[in-house]
Structure formats: structure tokens, C-alpha cells
Write a protein that binds this ligand. Sequence first.
Ligand code: NAD
Length: 481
Amino acid sequence: MTAPFRNLIAGEWTAASDTSPNVNPSNLSDVVGDYARGSAADVDAAVAAAKAAFPAWSRSVPYARHEILKKAAAEVFARKEELGRLLAREEGKTLPEGIGEVTRAGQILEFFAAETIRLAGETLPSVRPGVGVEVTREPLGVIGMITPWNFPIAIPAWKIAPALAYGNCVVIKPAELVPGSAWALVDILHRAGLPAGVLNLVMGKGSVVGQRLLEHPDVTAITFTGSVGTGRRVAKAAIDCDPMKKVQLEMGGKNPLVVLDDADLAVAVETAVNGAFFSTGQRCTASSRVIVTEGIHDRFVEAVTARLSGLVVDDALKAGTHIGPVVDQGQLDQDMRYVEIGRAEGAKLAFGGERLNRETEGFYLQPALFTECTNDMRISREEIFGPVASVIRVKDYDEALAVANDTPFGLSAGICTTSLKYASHFKRNSEAGMVMVNLPTAGVDFHVPFGGRKGSSYGPREQGSYAREFFTIVKTAYTLA
Ligand code: NAD
């Protein structure tokens, strides 16, 4: 038994009064490690350390920040197999998916290493004679970060890297289900040379550690990714605080994939299966609603079903596994409950939806495909966050677009078509933050903005250069020459 993994507070690995086990969802007898479960007092110590580190860090030479982020990126790349294995073991993504996510984290660190030396302001003439105007960007202060379990290293990376690049200090609380990957990332950044207090990690429960971050008056801003329900609470708490905090929320999705009669069938099938079921459907950008025009509907459903029956659901670390387990018992219960809801609502379960037994005890679920769905069924409106998708039959493109947009969410949307006219129209008229043509709704680049509309997102975009909209604040300075 290894010693518990500790929190990083003021540059020291600090024990908490409690720990919790990090269990492998592919094999419940495999404990990845025991991880600190922090308290409100741990948050207070971490915030105090971050506040104390801020004056020096915020004025540090951008190239110093560049070097640290670049060094951390190099270590992440060098250890991508080992870290990918850790990620697959704690979260249940397949090993290739885990390695892919770790690679993404390295790319994000590298991108923001470069952004440190690109930060620029503006100099303008004033409307008043003899006066000059400068518009510059400054860091915010102490940023509180609250992250979900489904991207255990990429989401911490895409919040930490821009925060540090632009000169902020950080207190991060990763999801309690999967603290291992975030711990490894923080360890790498710490050893890459961050001064004490610049980056603090407090693992533990949302209701304790997360809640204290929201209430703490010295936390200037909160960046949150998670469910809509928690996001709403986060936003309210951030505004109720004195002073109010800047807040950024990335939340759920019920992402539509439209398949038109003129689609390339093979492309549409791969796009739908990948988007809906890979990473066990546990992606905020997953295509959980597949909207199919009637001319291709039956051929499409038949081909998707055939493709699903060839997919291997098994231990995330086994070679040949296409779909790993669901992350935990609670999520599995939720997925199974929605399978029952779908049946009761009159949808047809065309494939899957059963619990599976494998060599080791784990949360294995056969991907579920419902057909004959309508867009007002609960399985078509509510985020399930598992390998469960609804196929909705529609008459034509116009109806497909209307159904695609008829949702409280607006994260990602896709269309499979060979028509330039429909592709262009869909890009313009989709009410989603990200639109894909002949590509899965999940799967995005690291150097461009990420985020949604309606109930999916609130506040500035994450990732790419657009991240500076959240992680910096603009100052306008006037000088009489
Ligand atoms: P969640 O809302 O349950 O938890 C997210 C985080 O909030 C966790 O760290 C949790 O501990 C913390 N938390 C819970 N209660 C809190 C409280 N009272 N105060 C402060 N923090 C609290 O979400 P989850 O189950 O971890 O993740 C799944 C959700 O995340 C899905 O809805 C998914 O769509 C969403 N998600 C969105 C994106 C995106 O970028 N839009 C990306 C990944 C996941």
C-alpha cells in the first residue's frame, strides 16, 4: 500500500485529515491509490498561499512562465503512455483514448507556453489633445478551478495552462472520482519550477472543497466544468460573494448529429458511432441525438447496429477494447434508469442496454441505441452522460434542423451530408457553439475556442487565444504627454 497522495499547498505536499480510495472501474478490486480529501481549512491555506504568490508571479517575465510550461509539456509528452495508463485505469477510457487525452494535455501546455510571449496590448490616440491611451491585459489574481471526472487531465490542463500563462495563481479541485491524473499534472508543473503557492491542489468533495472555493473572498474568479445543476449553484455562489467573482461555466449537452439522405453512409455510421459511444458516451460533446432523414434511416440504423455488435466492451487497459466501463456505480445506475425510461416512453431499444459481465468485476454496459424516438421524450431531452443514444426519424433537412435546435443545450452539433448547400446552411443556422460537418460532434482541436450556447455554457470561451477573455482583465490607461 503506497502512502496517500497529498494536496499541494504553498509548495508543500500536505496531508489531509481524511483520504478516499480511487477505484478502477474496470476492476473494482484494483485501487489506484488513496488520495487526500481536503477540508475548508485546506482551501483557506491554499488560497492564502496563492494570494501571497500573486504579486511576484503576475509580474514575472513572460519568458519565465514560457519555460516552465514548455518544460512541463515535454514531461507530459515523454510520459504519455504511463499517464495514459493511469487515466484509463482511474476513469475507464480505453488506453489509446487515455494516451490521446494525455497528448492533448501536453499540446495545451505547449500552446499556452507560446501564448505567454504573444500577449499584446493596444496604443491609441485619445479623443483629447495631447493624451495617449493604452489598453492592456492583466491577470485576475487567484483562480479557483472545479473540474469534472470525464477528462481527468485535459480539462485541468486547459484551465491551469492559460491561468498560469497570463500570470494568475491557481487553486484547483479536481473531481473526487478521478484525482490521480490531476495530481500527476500538478506534480509535473510543480517540479517544472513553479514558485511556491502559484499552483495549489486541494482534492476532495465538491460540497466541502468546491463550496469553500466559491465562498472565499480572496478567490477572484471561478472556472467550472461539470453538470448544469452544479454550474447553476456555482454561478449563484460566485455572484453572492463579496466581492463578486468572475465566472466561467462549461456544462452539459444533448448534441444532435443530423444524417441526411445524401450522406456517405460509411462516413455517417463512423461519425455517429464514434460521437455517441466512444469514451463510453461520457463526453459533454457526445452525439446523444441522431436525427436521420427518412430516405436513409433504415439503412443507417441497420449499419450502425451491425457496427455496434462488432465493438468490444471490456477492461479499459486490455488491447482490443473499443469501449471501456462506465465510470462508477452512480453513473451506471443513471444510464440503466434512462434505458428503462426510454422503453417506458415507447422508444424501441434496437441494440444493447444490458449490463455485461467480464473477467473482473466492473461497470460494463452494452452501448444502447434507441430508435423510433421523438424529440420530446426524456431520453432525447435530458443529458444521460453514458453510452445511450436516440435516433429520431425526420422528413427532410428543414425538420432535421428544427429538431436539432429544439433543445435546452447548445454545445456541439454535427451534420453528415455531401451537399454544400445543406452543410453551409447548417453551419450558419445551428444554435450550437461548435458545428461539425462529416465529423463526430465530439473531438475538437486544442488551439481554437471551445464552448457552447444556451444551457451548455456561460461566460467566455475556453482554449486557444480566446482563453484570455476569461483569464485576463482589461485595463485602459490615459497619459497626458
Ligand atoms: P458535477 O457537476 O457533478 O461535478 C463537477 C465538479 O463540481 C466536481 O469536481 C464536483 O466535486 C464539483 N461540485 C459538486 N458539487 C459542488 C458544490 N456544491 N460546490 C462546488 N463544487 C461542487 O459533474 P460531473 O458528474 O463531474 O461531470 C459530468 C458533467 O460535466 C456532465 O454534465 C458533462 O456534460 C459536463 N462536462 C462538460 C464539459 C464542457 O466543457 N462543456 C466537459 C466535460 C464535462
